[in-house]
Design a protein around this ligand. Sequence first.
Ligand code: ADP
Ligand code: MG
Length: 264
Amino acid sequence: MLELKNVHKTFNIGTINEKKALQGIDLHLDPGDFVTIIGGNGAGKSTMLNMIAGVYPIDAGKIILNGDDVSRKPEHARARHLGRVFQDPMRGTAAGMEIEENLALAYRRGKSRGLSWGITKKEKELYHEKLKILELGLEDRMTSKVGLLSGGQRQALTLLMAALQKPELLLLDEHTAALDPKTAKKVLELTEKIVDENNLTAMMVTHNMKDAIRMGNRLIMMNDGKIIYDVRGEEKKNLHVSELLQKFEEASGDEFANDRMLLS
Ligand SMILES: Nc1ncnc2c1ncn2[C@@H]1O[C@H](COP(=O)(O)OP(=O)(O)O)[C@@H](O)[C@H]1O
Ligand SMILES: [Mg+2]
């Protein structure tokens, strides 16, 4: 499904701001894997997802998506294989457009037609049905402007849009971090539901260790541009937050004190 081979990325090479963000990432995902990713600030989590999506070129190594070497392919060429949701609820949807128009854009992604043909009755039925899954009542507000929605509603919609074309890989980068705890919980439940119902392969960065343990079938810890811990199945389910903290401290020589991971 996804294969990262010895992926390296250094930002600002040769300058005083040089930063080795990824230092030899090796990772193999099987179809249906749902991987949670944790690690301190600056560990390279977002960079890893950005490299998979082709936001920046990699310096060395290989990225293979569904058997296809995409290492040198630009972002737009990879986009139709991927769904992405970011931390910022404003980023995944167009505020000035209606809910159904946003969905139509997601639905037609990669097709040449855009919105020029209008939204058909059949499409509206599909969007209505999909929006119902969210249980937010948005199916009755399909012509409302997205800018009127709350952050949580927008993230839920972004998630739906990201999954609409059944991407080969869903990339979630702290997508509930900007939401209040109750809304975050709801969006996480939706995440599990959408991943499950569509049999998606997913990578989810979170700073919440409990969520990282509870969700998905595999957990990865990153530190200083490397994967320092990779655990799956029963072993993962049986983990405790204290063990994760210990692993982190062993690997990094740092404590998690004051880090927001401890607070949530
Ligand atoms: N576009 C960029 N330009 C320069 N440095 C970057 C860029 N993106 C990330 N970095 C640096 O790379 C390191 C890893 O960042 P990031 O992947 O965002 O960490 P995380 O998501 O784990 O908090 C950090 O030191 C960060 O400052
Ligand atoms: Mg990040």
